[in-house]
Design a protein around this ligand. Structure first.
Ligand SMILES: C[S@@+](CC[C@H](N)C(=O)[O-])C[C@H]1O[C@@H](n2cnc3c(N)ncnc32)[C@H](O)[C@@H]1O
Length: 323
């Protein structure tokens, strides 16, 4: 039936799309084709996905060095071909691993010029972790947070149906392989950053306090951006950094606007077109003031098609400080 096939097509795109692109060129980040990226489709062999799995009680204890070592060990069998490369990386020997988003040279703009040395940073949704390791190189102690264990990322329903199977498939075939890439690069760089999993709307209670919280291109994918922002802000002493796509310019960027499901009805991972003005308003409510909005462009292979010429995608960053 025509409606169904449309949905199925959309689901495929969306499943890739959570970490990939849509057909809308303005919304390349997060929409489209993670699974189409090199290494993006599940390998015939290779380590089995770790999703779903039992969380530790209340998702606590994940920062313990022994727990992190165990997670690293579980991912240690994953080789380059077992990874989904969301970001472009340079290995210590100079080899370049191409990824759908190449943030090299754009890091400072992406993070709103935030001073990172000596800061404890909570990074929400690191994907392959390019920003994790960049921030660590700048002197930050980084804790990165992702869905995982038994917690899926959020997908929009279609025709009233919750996409239970699609979430399972997405977590096992794409997100799990993105987590492989985070740990692969963690090994390569000898990183001390930590990766924890759970519910972004109810963060594990023992993560502690942070100087800075970073939301890089994740708000558009969240069912409840306000809930996630408030949850992270509660644990943040100094600064919140929110970077997201500029998906529409029909109003001034400082307008307090969030458009729901801005793309085609079969697109399932792009929940919102968020104007920076809406982020500023949310942060004010949370006690983060003096917000600054900046615009920048980042390099992306549309559709995560690494054969496609990269294009520059417009993005914004909002930084606001407590007090
Ligand atoms: C579009 S990527 C952004 C990667 C990186 N922060 C950047 O800016 O380049 C979004 C990331 O957020 C994660 N994510 C999306 N929805 C999530 C949710 N509900 N809970 C936890 N993580 C989520 C995805 O797994 C992915 O790693």
């Amino acid at each position: 039936m025509p409606g169904r096939s449309k949905v199925v097509r959309g689901i495929r795109r969306g499943a890739a799309g959570l970490l990939s692109r849509s057909d809308d060129p303005g919304t390349g980040k997060g929409s489209g084709a993670g699974a189409a990226a090199p290494g993006g489709s599940p390998a015939a062999s290779g380590p089995a996905p770790l999703w779903p799995s039992y969380p530790p009680p209340h998702y606590r204890g994940q920062l313990h060095p022994g727990f992190q070592a165990q997670m690293a060990q579980l991912r240690s069998q994953a080789q380059r071909q077992d990874c989904n490369w969301y970001h472009t990386f340079e290995l210590p020997d100079g080899t370049v691993i191409p990824g759908a988003w190449d943030l090299r040279g754009g890091e400072d703009a992406y993070l709103g010029g935030t001073e990172l040395s000596g800061k404890r940073v909570l990074e929400l949704g690191p994907a392959s972790g390019y920003l994790t390791f960049h921030m660590e190189r700048q002197g930050a102690e980084v804790v990165s947070f992702e869905g995982g264990f038994d917690v899926s990322v959020d997908l929009l329903p279609v025709n009233g149906e919750e996409l239970v199977h699609e979430k399972m498939k997405l977590m096992r075939e794409t997100v799990d392989r993105v987590h492989n890439s985070w740990w692969f690069m963690h090994r390569q760089y000898g990183s001390a950053a930590k990766l924890v999993h759970g519910n972004i709307y109810d963060l594990p209670g023992d993560l502690g306090e942070f100087d800075i919280a970073v939301f890089g291109a994740i708000m558009l994918h969240l069912r409840e951006p306000w809930g996630a922002l408030a949850e992270a802000a509660r644990r943040t002493r100094q600064r919140v950094v929110v970077t997201d796509l500029i998906q529409d310019r029909s109003a001034p960027l400082d307008s307090n606007i969030m458009r729901f499901s801005p793309l085609a009805t079969h697109e399932i991972s792009n929940w919102w077109s968020i104007y920076p003005g809406a982020v500023v308003s949310m942060l004010e409510r949370l006690g983060f003031r003096g917000a600054r909005i900046t615009e920048h462009e980042q390099t992306h292979h549309l559709g995560h098609d690494m054969d496609a010429e990269p294009v520059r995608i417009p993005m914004f960053t909002v930084v606001a400080d407590r007090g």
